[in-house]
Design a protein around this ligand. Sequence first.
Ligand code: GLN
Length: 307
Amino acid sequence: MDFQAILDDIYTDIQSELMRGKVADYIPALAEVDKGQFAMTITLEDGQVFSVGESQKPFSIQSISKVFTFARALEIYSRDLYKRVGVEPSGNPFNSLVQLEYEAGIPRNPFINAGAIAITDALITHYKDEYKTLEEIIRFIRALSGNLEITFDPEVARSEMAHGDRNLSLAHLMKSFGNFENDVHTTVMTYFKQCAITMTTEELSRSMLFLAFGGTDPITGTTFMTPSQAKRVNAVMLTCGHYDASGEFAYHVGLPAKSGVGGGIAAVVPGHLSLAVWSPALNRYGNSHAGTLALEMFTTRTGLSIF
Ligand code: GLN
């Protein structure tokens, strides 16, 4: 398959969509990002990489970081993790408080904010302090992507904390139900730092390859998790990766994938390849508008989806 030609066509066809939607303005540092930008990268099993657009421009990965923290927590806690967070789609916005109250402080899944904050809390308990936790998250992403310089943007993390009342509320609510182990402020700040990690589509696509190949990176041969764990991470990406638009995303795109309000989406075609797309303007669910469409074009034109 001529992946470069497929990407070039998508790049041409997506141009008219790039100004639609709006950037995540509830995080001031992200509100300044120019719309109109687009990048897409495909990584194959043998290390071949195909890209279009600004594929070497770092952006804020935001909620895509939840895939990496969930992967670590699953490795560390195994089934015990389900005592703290479920694996059902929420059907609610990513920062909703309502369901958390009804369900006694146990978040529906690890990809809504409450679930991801609970996972970060569990990691802090395991690693014993917040700095070590952030270091381990970044170390994991560096190992997956092969880039030892990946780090977070402290300005984005600070900016988010300055407007972090809703996420702090989610954490406090969990604490009131006894589903929280560490200091709320420290944990939410660590969560904001993990969200503020910046990566390019080339790095992001590369870092998802292990999930397309049962937890083992086919290029380096490094095993990051068991095939059964990789299956579970992919299942949660498919059912919960786009919040209350997960059903729609599965319907139109048909791939396990995770979005972030920075405009990135990382996806895998199990057994074949991994890919990442970035375009900062978001649809009303907080998922990249053009990124979602580009992935739909990709699966429609290549026939590569899980269905
Ligand atoms: N850091 C963002 C938040 O907590 C992540 C949300 C997202 O990417 N959907 O609101």
